[in-house]
Write a protein that binds this ligand. Structure first.
Ligand code: ADP
Length: 673
C-alpha cells in the first residue's frame, strides 16, 4: 500500500469514527465525494431529506427543490454544497429552504466544508445542516404580533407584577399622550386616578391568581390630566416555566361610545317626554289648563328655578303683557312688579322674532337700560341664566312667550332651548284647538240660548192661537163649509205645539231642568191607547201591537213614556214611506219592561247608528227631505236614561230598523234615590 493510499484510508477511517459519533446527533450531517454523490449521512439527515439516499448513487441535492431566502429555486451549483465542490471553499451558515416530500418547507442553515486528501486535492464535502424552522416561525409570529399590536386601534400595554410598564403601543400613546420612551419603566399608577388606586391592587391580585379580567369599565388619566372612560381587558403574561410575570392590557376608549349612547338615551328620553306632554296638552281643551301644563312641563324640562308664560296682550302703546301662568314660584312673586314690558330683552320674544338664551342676563348689553328698575325690580326672583321662547299659533300669530330663569349662570343649553321650542310648537296646536273649541262652545251656547228664547216666545202666541181656533171650531155648525178648514188649522197648530214643546224640552235637558212626575200606571193600556191615536193620525201604516199581558203596572212618568212611544212610532212610519206596517211589541226581560218598534223602511247605516240620538242630528240620505228637527230621539234618550233605562237601535240599511227601549219595572227606589 502506497503512502497516499494509506493516508486516504486513515482519513476515511477518521471520517467513519466521526460519522458514528454524529449518527445520533439531532443535527443533520452528510458527506459527499467530489462528484457530489453521498458517501455518508446520519439519521437526522434522513429525517431532513424525508428519504434515505443510496450511497454513491444519490447526490446531495436529493431534494430537488431547494430555495434561497428570497424564495428562488437553486440550481445544484448554486446550492451551498455545490459551491463548495466547485470552489473548494467552506460556506458558512447559508440560509436555505428545503422542500420536504410531505410538502413542508424547512428553513436550514447549511454549513458545508470541503474535504481534501493529504496532497491537498478536493475529495468531497461534508455538510452540517441545522434546522431553524421553529425558530424562524417563532420569529415571524413575534414580528406579526408586534405589528398587530403596533397597528391596533386599542391601546395595548404590558406591565410586570411590580406594576412597571414594560411595553406601550402607538394607540396607547394616542390615548394617553405619553410616548413609549416617556412611559416605559414608569409605574402603572401614573395612568390611574388617585381614587381608583385600589383597583390596581385588585387587578394585580387577579393576575397573580392567573385570572383574566374582561371588559372592565373604568376611568383612567391621560398625560394632560384628563379623565377618560375606558374598558380594560387584562391577561396574565407567563414565562416559559408558566409562571405569571406580568400582565398585558387592552385598553379601549369607550368615552365616545358612551357619549353617543348617552346622546341616544337622551334623545329617546326627550321623545318620550315630548310625547307625553303632547298627549297631556292635546287632551286639554281649556286654554288656561294647557298653558299651566306647558309652563310646568317646560320649567321642569329645562331645570329652571321658575318659568312663566306671559300672554301677549298689547295695549295701544304697544306695551304691557298679561301674566298668565307660573311654575316654580308663587303668583305673588311676580304680580307686584306689573307686567314685563316691551324692552330690548323682552322684545324678541313678544314679537316672535327669536329665542333668547343667555348664560348671564345681567351681563347682557340689552339688560338694565330701562327706567324705572334698570334691570330686575327689587325683590324679583334672581335671574342669571335666562331663556325665553316665543309661542306662536299655527297661523303664525305670536300668542305669547315662555320665560325661564335660574339664579346660576349658564344653566340653559341648546338642548333645553330645542325642547322648549318643541313643546311650544305642540302647545300652539293645542291652543289653537282649545280656541276653536272655545269658539264653538260659545256659538253653541248662543244657539241654545236662542232656541230656548225663541221657543219660549213662540209658546204663548201659539197657545192663544190654539185656544181661539178651538173656540171657532166649536162655534161652527157641523155642516159649515169652514169646519174642515178650522179642524185642519187646529191639526197644524197641534203639530206646531209639539214642535215648540220639543224645543223647550231640549232647552230644559240642556239646563238640567226637564221635570219628571213618577206614578204607577198600566203601561199596556198606555201602549194600546197610543196605538189608537197614532193609527188615526197615520192611516198609511197598519200598526200591529203584540202584547204578552193584559196589564202591567209600572212606576214611571206616564206622559214622558207616551212621548217616547209616539216618537218611535212616528219615526217608524215617517222613515218607511214605502212600507205599510209597523210592529210594536212589548216584553218583560229581567224585571225590565221592553218595547220594540219595528219598521220596514229605509234603515240606518252602521256608522250612523249611535249618532241618531244626538241633538239636532239627522241622517243625510234620501230621507233628508222629510221634515224634522233631529231632536226626537235625543229627548227620548234623555227620558229613558232618566228612568234608568236604555234606548238603542238595530238596523239594516235599506231594510228597516228596530228601536228598543227598556226601563226597570220597579223604579220607585231609583227615582227617588
Ligand atoms: P227627526 O226625525 O225629527 O229628524 P229624530 O231625533 O227623531 O229627529 O231622529 C233623528 C234621525 O234619525 C232622523 O233624522 C233620521 O235620519 C234617523 N231616524 C230616526 N228614526 C228612524 C227610522 N225609524 N228609520 C230610519 N232612520 C231613522
Amino acid at each position: 500500500m502506497g503512502e497516499n493510499q494509506l493516508s486516504a484510508l486513515k482519513a476515511t477511517f477518521s471520517n467513519l469514527v466521526a460519522l458514528n459519533l454524529l449518527e445520533d446527533l439531532p443535527v443533520a450531517v452528510y458527506s459527499c465525494n467530489k462528484e457530489g454523490y453521498i458517501t455518508s449521512f446520519n439519521k437526522a439527515a434522513v429525517k431532513l431529506w424525508g428519504k434515505t439516499p443510496e450511497l454513491n448513487k444519490d447526490k446531495w441535492h436529493i431534494n430537488r427543490e431547494i430555495f434561497d431566502a428570497d424564495g428562488a429555486l437553486l440550481k445544484p451549483e448554486e446550492m451551498p454544497t455545490g459551491k463548495v465542490l466547485k470552489y473548494g471553499k467552506a460556506v458558512k451558515q447559508q440560509e436555505i429552504y428545503i422542500k420536504h416530500p410531505d410538502g413542508n418547507i424547512n428553513c436550514i442553515l447549511s454549513n458545508p466544508k470541503p474535504l481534501f486528501n493529504d496532497s491537498g486535492e478536493l475529495t468531497g464535502a461534508v455538510n452540517i445542516l441545522i434546522d431553524i424552522t421553529e425558530q424562524k416561525n417563532a420569529e415571524s409570529k413575534q414580528g406579526m404580533l408586534a405589528s398587530i399590536i403596533e397597528s391596533s386601534e386599542d391601546a395595548i400595554v404590558s406591565k410586570n407584577l411590580a406594576g412597571i410598564i414594560t411595553s406601550w403601543n402607538y394607540a396607547a400613546q394616542r390615548l394617553f399622550g405619553y410616548t413609549e420612551d416617556e412611559i416605559i419603566g414608569k409605574h402603572i399608577t401614573v395612568l390611574i386616578p388617585e381614587d381608583r388606586y385600589d383597583e390596581e391592587e385588585l387587578i394585580i391580585k387577579k393576575i397573580r391568581a392567573n385570572e383574566r379580567i374582561e371588559h372592565f369599565e373604568t376611568i383612567r388619566k391621560t398625560k394632560s390630566g384628563e379623565e377618560i372612560q375606558i374598558s380594560l381587558t387584562i391577561s396574565p403574561i407567563r414565562n416559559s416555566a408558566n409562571q405569571v410575570i406580568g400582565a398585558s392590557k387592552i385598553i379601549r376608549d369607550i368615552g365616545r361610545q358612551k357619549k353617543s349612547e348617552e346622546k341616544l338615551l337622551q334623545y329617546a328620553e326627550r321623545l318620550e317626554i315630548l310625547n307625553s306632554i303632547g298627549q297631556v296638552i292635546s287632551a286639554e281643551l281649556d286654554i288656561q289648563s294647557i298653558l299651566q301644563k306647558v309652563t310646568d312641563a317646560t320649567t321642569q324640562l329645562c331645570g329652571a328655578k321658575f318659568g312663566a308664560f306671559f300672554h301677549n296682550q298689547v295695549n295701544e302703546q304697544g306695551e304691557s303683557y298679561m301674566l298668565f301662568t307660573l311654575s316654580g314660584a308663587p303668583r305673588e312673586a311676580f304680580e307686584k312688579f306689573g307686567m314685563p314690558r316691551n324692552t330690548a330683552v323682552f322684545h324678541p320674544t313678544f314679537s316672535g322674532e327669536r329665542t333668547v338664551r343667555v348664560d348671564d342676563i345681567t351681563k347682557d348689553p340689552r339688560y338694565g337700560k330701562n327706567a324705572p328698575h334698570f334691570g330686575m325690580p327689587k325683590g324679583h326672583l334672581p335671574v342669571v341664566s335666562y331663556l325665553a321662547v316665543p309661542v306662536r299659533a299655527k297661523s303664525g300669530e305670536v300668542i305669547g312667550g315662555l320665560f325661564f330663569g335660574h339664579e346660576q349662570p349658564a344653566r340653559f343649553t341648546i338642548e333645553h332651548e330645542q325642547l322648549v321650542l318643541a313643546v311650544a310648537a305642540q302647545a300652539a296646536v293645542a291652543l289653537d284647538n282649545a280656541k276653536l273649541y272655545e269658539d264653538i262652545k260659545q256659538l253653541n251656547e248662543k244657539k241654545d240660548e236662542f232656541i230656548g228664547l225663541a221657543s219660549h216666545e213662540l209658546k204663548t202666541p201659539v197657545t192663544s192661537l190654539k185656544g181661539y181656533l178651538q173656540i171657532i171650531a166649536r162655534n161652527l155648525s157641523p155642516d159649515d163649509k169652514n169646519k174642515p178648514l178650522a179642524n185642519r188649522a187646529l191639526e197644524q197648530v197641534g203639530k206646531l205645539t209639539t214642535l215648540i214643546s220639543d224645543l223647550l224640552d231640549v232647552t230644559k235637558i240642556q239646563t238640567g231642568k226637564l221635570p219628571f212626575t213618577y206614578a204607577n200606571f198600566d203601561v199596556i193600556k198606555l201602549l194600546s191607547e197610543s196605538r189608537e191615536i197614532l193609527q188615526q193620525t197615520g192611516p198609511s201604516h197598519e200598526l200591529t201591537l203584540n202584547l204578552p199581558f193584559k196589564e202591567l203596572i209600572i212606576n214611571a212618568d206616564c206622559q214622558r213614556i207616551e212621548q217616547v212611544i209616539i216618537n218611535l212610532v212616528t219615526n217608524a212610519v215617517k222613515y218607511s214611506p214605502k212600507a205599510d206596517k209597523v210592529i210594536i211589541e212589548a216584553t218583560v226581560i229581567n224585571n225590565k219592561f221592553r218595547v220594540s218598534v219595528q219598521d220596514f223602511g229605509i234603515g240606518i247605516q252602521p256608522d250612523q247608528l249611535d249618532r241618531v240620538f244626538s241633538r239636532f242630528y239627522r241622517v243625510e240620505n234620501l230621507a233628508s227631505h222629510m221634515s224634522g228637527l233631529g231632536i226626537g230621539l235625543y229627548i227620548c234618550q234623555e227620558i229613558v236614561n232618566r228612568h234608568h233605562g236604555r234606548l238603542w237601535v238595530e238596523s239594516t240599511y235599506g231594510e228597516g230598523s228596530i228601536f228598543y227601549f227598556e226601563i226597570p219595572i220597579n223604579t220607585n227606589d231609583l227615582h227617588h234615590g
